[in-house]
Design a binder for this molecule. Structure first.
Ligand SMILES: NC(=O)c1ccc[n+]([C@@H]2O[C@H](COP(=O)([O-])OP(=O)(O)OC[C@H]3O[C@@H](n4cnc5c(N)ncnc54)[C@H](OP(=O)(O)O)[C@@H]3O)[C@@H](O)[C@H]2O)c1
Length: 309
C-alpha cells in the first residue's frame, strides 16, 4: 500500500487526536467547493461605514414603467449581487418609489443601506422630522442609513437644516446625513455651519458624458475625505452612454457589457459610489459586474479620449 494512503481505521485513529472523523471530513469534502467570492469594490466613509461602490437608483421604480414583479426581481437580484445600497427620495413618484422599496426589501432590510431625501420646500419648522417620519413609514423601517437634502437652498437656512438632521441622528432615525446637487461654494458654506462638517456625501450627476465635477467638486471632496455619490452614472435616461463603441470594445475584452464598463469608470477612484437605476433584472446583473471590474490605465485613457471632459 502506498505509504501516503491510510485505511479508514488508521485515518480515523490519527484524526481522533484532532477530534476529527472521516464522516465529518467527508461531509465537508462532499460539499460542492465554494465558489470564490468575487472581489467587490467598496467605498469607506470617514465614520467607518463601508458601502458597495455600485448601488441602485429607484427614481422611476414602483411607477408602472416595468411590471412590479420584474422591478422587484431586478432590485433583489441587484442586492444579491452586492448592490446593497438603494437610493430613493420621498418625492420619487410622490412616495411610490419608497413604498415599492419597502415591499421589495421586506425581510432583508438589515442587508441594505437605504438612502432617501427631503426637499428644500419641506425644511421649515419641524418639516424635516415630519418628512423623515413619512419616509420611514413608506419604507417600512425604523431608520434611514443616509438622509440627503435633495437640492440646495439658501445658505442662510443651512444651520436649521443641519440642526434638524443632527436631532434625527441623535434619535436614531437616521445614521448619517448629506446633501445633493451642491456646488463647491455651497459646500464651503455648509462646512462653516456648526456640525456642517458631519455631511457624509454630496450626490451629484457624474458619468462619462457629464464630467463637469472633475474641475472642482471632485477635488474638493477628495481634499475633505468625502465620498461622492454619482447619479445618472450611465448618462441618464435620455443621454445613455452605452451605445458607444469604445465602451463596447472594452466590454468585449472583459466579457461584460458597455454599461458595466461605464460604471467601472465612474467608480475607478475608490471615492465615488455610482447609483445606476434599472427595472430590468438583465440590466441589474450587467451593472453589478462593475463591482468586480478593474479597468487598465490604458482603457481609462481611451475612454477619456472618447468622452472628453
Ligand atoms: N439627487 C438627484 O437630484 C438625482 C437626480 C437624478 C437621479 N438620481 C438618482 O440616480 C439614479 C440613477 O439616475 P438616472 O435614472 O437618472 O440615470 P441612469 O442610472 O444613468 O440611467 C437609467 C436608465 O438606464 C437604463 N439602464 C440601466 N442599466 C442598463 C443597462 N445595463 N443596459 C441598458 N440600459 C440600462 C435604465 O433602463 P431599464 O430600467 O430598462 O434598465 C434607465 O432607462 C436615479 O434612479 C435616482 O435614484 C438622483
Amino acid at each position: 500500500m502506498n505509504e501516503h494512503l491510510l485505511s479508514r481505521r488508521q485515518f480515523n485513529a490519527r484524526c481522533a487526536a484532532f477530534a476529527l472523523t472521516l464522516p465529518a471530513l467527508s461531509s465537508i469534502s462532499s460539499a460542492q467547493p465554494a465558489a470564490p467570492e468575487p472581489l467587490r469594490r467598496m467605498v469607506r466613509f470617514p465614520d467607518g461605514t463601508v458601502v458597495p461602490a455600485v448601488g441602485q437608483g429607484t427614481w422611476h421604480l414602483g411607477q408602472d414603467r416595468h411590471p412590479v414583479a420584474v422591478e422587484t426581481e431586478a432590485l433583489n437580484s441587484g442586492v444579491s449581487l452586492g448592490m446593497t445600497l438603494v437610493d430613493t427620495s420621498g418625492n420619487y413618484g410622490r412616495g411610490r418609489s419608497e413604498q415599492f422599496i419597502g415591499k421589495a426589501i421586506a425581510g432583508r432590510r438589515d442587508k441594505i443601506s437605504l438612502v432617501t431625501k427631503v426637499e428644500g420646500d419641506e425644511v421649515a419648522g419641524d418639516g424635516i422630522a415630519r418628512a423623515c417620519a413619512a419616509s420611514l413609514a413608506r419604507l417600512g423601517t425604523d431608520h434611514i442609513d443616509l438622509y440627503l437634502l435633495h437640492w440646495p437652498i439658501p445658505s442662510a437656512k443651512f444651520p436649521g437644516v443641519v440642526a434638524a438632521f443632527e436631532q434625527l441622528r441623535s434619535a436614531g432615525k437616521i445614521r448619517a446625513w448629506g446633501v445633493s446637487n451642491f456646488d463647491v461654494g455651497q459646500m464651503d458654506d455648509l462646512f462653516r455651519v456648526p456640525d456642517g462638517k458631519r455631511c457624509a456625501t454630496n450626490q451629484v450627476p457624474y458619468s462619462l458624458n457629464n464630467r463637469g465635477i472633475e474641475r472642482d467638486l471632485l477635488p474638493w471632496c477628495a481634499q475633505h475625505n468625502m465620498p461622492v455619490m454619482a447619479y445618472s452614472p450611465l448618462g441618464g435616461d435620455h443621454h445613455l452612454v452605452i451605445g458607444d463603441n469604445t465602451l463596447k470594445q472594452i466590454g468585449a475584452a472583459h466579457g461584460c457589457s458597455a454599461a458595466a464598463v461605464a460604471l467601472a469608470w465612474v467608480i475607478r477612484s475608490g471615492k465615488v459610489i455610482a447609483i445606476p437605476e434599472s427595472g430590468s433584472p438583465e440590466h441589474t446583473k450587467e451593472n453589478a459586474a462593475a463591482l468586480s471590474l478593474q479597468l487598465t490605465p490604458e482603457e481609462i485613457r481611451n475612454l477619456e479620449a472618447a468622452f472628453p471632459s
